[in-house]
Ligand binder design. Structure first.
Ligand SMILES: Nc1nc2c(c(=O)[nH]1)N[C@H]1C(S)=C(S)[C@@H](COP(=O)(O)O)O[C@H]1N2
Ligand SMILES: [Mo]
Length: 337
C-alpha cells in the first residue's frame, strides 16, 4: 500500500483546502488498520469507519460487510495530488433519478430504499447462472479501496474513495460462454420506494439499464462497489451494489443493481434510449468531443463555489488513458461517443 501525501510544494490549487488533510489522516489510520488485522482484532465497528475520513455519517453495515472490513486493502488504487471530495458533497449532490431529478433528491428520498434483504440475479451467456442473496453473492470477493475520479457528463467531477472488488473477479466466477460479448446491468424497479419511477418523469423507461463490452468489463479498473469513505454505500450512492467505471461518464456507473446478464448483443442503455445523439454506449470521458449543448473540455471539481468555481481541464479517459486507451485502438471515438 503506497499512499502519496502531497508535499506543500507540489500542491495544486485544489489541494490547498482542508480536504488534503484526509490523505494524511488516511495514511496514519491505514497503518493502524493493518496492525489490527494482523493481531486478529476484528472489532472495526461503525465508530472506526467514521474515523477514516472526516465528516462521515455512520451507516448500518450488514454483517457480511463488517466481516470483510478488517481485510480490506486500503488505498489499493489512488489519485496523485487531488483532494478527496468531502463526504457531505459526495452524498448530497447526486444523480439517481429513481429518487428525483434534483441533486438533493436522492439524499432526501433514498432512505425508503430497503437494501436488506437484497437479491442479485446472474443470467444469460454464463456457465454458472444463479440467483443469490447479496451476502452469498459477495462470499468469493476480497474488498479493496479504490480512490477514483468520477466525471459526470454534466461537467462536474469528484474524487471518491470506493470500496469494492474487480468486476473481472465476478466474471471469473460465473464463467461467460463464448457467445458472451457484453455485460448488461439492471437497477431495482420498485415504484413503492422509488418516487421517480411513479412520478410523471416519463422520459425514462424503467428499470435503469447500463452495459459494457466484455473487454471493458474485464479491465482491472472496472469494479463493483459496496462501500465508500470507509463504510457501506449510502442509499443515495447506489446501495447495496453499484458499478464504477472511472474512465467513462458517470451515467455508466449504474446503481442499486439487481441483475447482471452476459449477452451477445450490445445492450440498449437508458441514456442512449432517451437521447442517442447526446449519450452514446461508450461514453468515454473525452475532452475533445463536446456534448451537443456544452463543452466537455473542462469540469467543475466539487465542491465548487459560485464565487470561486473550482474549474479544471478534463483529461482524456478521465486520466486513465494509460490503463484503457488500448481498448479503443482503431475505434473512431468521435463516432463512438
Ligand atoms: N440507477 C441509476 N444509476 C445511476 C444514475 C441514475 O439516475 N439511476 N445516475 C448516474 C449518473 S448520471 C451519475 S453522474 C452517477 C452519480 O453517482 P453518485 O451520485 O454516487 O456520485 O450515478 C449514475 N448511476
Ligand atoms: Mo452523470
Amino acid at each position: 500500500m503506497l499512499i502519496k501525501v502531497p508535499k506543500a510544494s507540489d500542491c495544486h490549487e485544489s489541494d490547498v483546502t482542508p480536504e488534503s488533510l484526509y490523505l494524511s489522516r488516511r495514511h496514519v489510520l491505514g497503518a493502524a488498520v493493518a496492525g489490527l488485522a494482523i493481531s486478529g482484532l476484528s472489532r472495526w465497528a461503525a465508530a472506526d469507519n467514521v474515523e477514516r475520513y472526516a465528516g462521515v455519517e455512520p451507516g448500518k453495515a450488514p454483517s457480511w460487510f463488517s466481516e470483510k472490513f478488517p481485510s480490506i486493502e486500503w488505498g489499493a488504487v489512488n489519485v496523485k495530488d487531488e483532494a478527496i471530495t468531502p463526504f457531505k458533497d459526495a452524498t448530497h449532490y447526486n444523480n439517481f433519478y429513481e429518487f428525483g431529478t434534483d441533486k438533493g433528491d436522492p439524499a432526501a428520498n433514498a432512505r425508503a430504499l430497503k437494501t436488506q434483504p437484497w437479491t442479485v440475479v446472474v443470467d444469460g451467456e454464463v456457465g454458472k447462472p444463479g440467483r443469490y442473496a447479496l451476502e452469498d453473492f459477495m462470499k468469493p470477493y476480497q474488498l479493496e479501496e479504490r480512490i477514483y475520479r468520477l466525471r459526470c457528463v454534466e461537467a462536474w467531477s469528484m474524487v471518491i474513495p470506493w470500496i469494492g472488488f474487480p468486476l473481472s473477479a465476478l466474471l471469473k466466477e460465473v464463467e461467460p460462454t463464448s457467445s458472451a460479448k457484453f455485460i448488461r446491468f439492471e437497477t431495482l424497479q420498485d415504484p413503492k420506494s422509488m418516487p421517480g419511477q411513479r412520478s410523471g418523469f416519463a422520459l425514462i423507461d424503467w428499470p435503469y439499464i447500463e452495459g459494457l463490452r466484455l473487454d471493458e468489463a474485464m479491465n482491472p479498473l472496472s469494479i463493483l462497489a459496496v462501500g465508500m469513505y470507509g463504510r457501506e454505500l449510502p442509499n443515495q450512492n447506489g446501495a447495496p451494489l453499484r458499478l464504477v467505471v472511472p474512465w467513462k461518464y458517470g451515467f455508466k456507473s449504474i446503481k442499486s443493481i439487481v441483475r447482471i446478464s452476459l449477452v451477445s448483443e450490445q445492450p440498449k442503455t437508458t441514456w442512449q434510449s432517451i437521447a442517442s445523439d447526446e449519450y452514446g454506449f461508450y461514453a468515454n470521458v473525452n475532452p475533445t468531443v463536446d456534448h451537443p449543448r456544452w463543452t466537455q473540455a473542462r469540469e467543475r471539481r466539487l465542491p465548487s463555489g459560485l464565487l470561486k468555481p473550482n474549474v479544471r481541464e478534463t483529461q482524456m479517459f478521465n486520466g486513465y488513458a494509460d490503463e484503457v486507451a488500448s481498448l479503443y485502438a482503431g475505434l473512431d471515438l468521435r463516432k463512438n461517443y
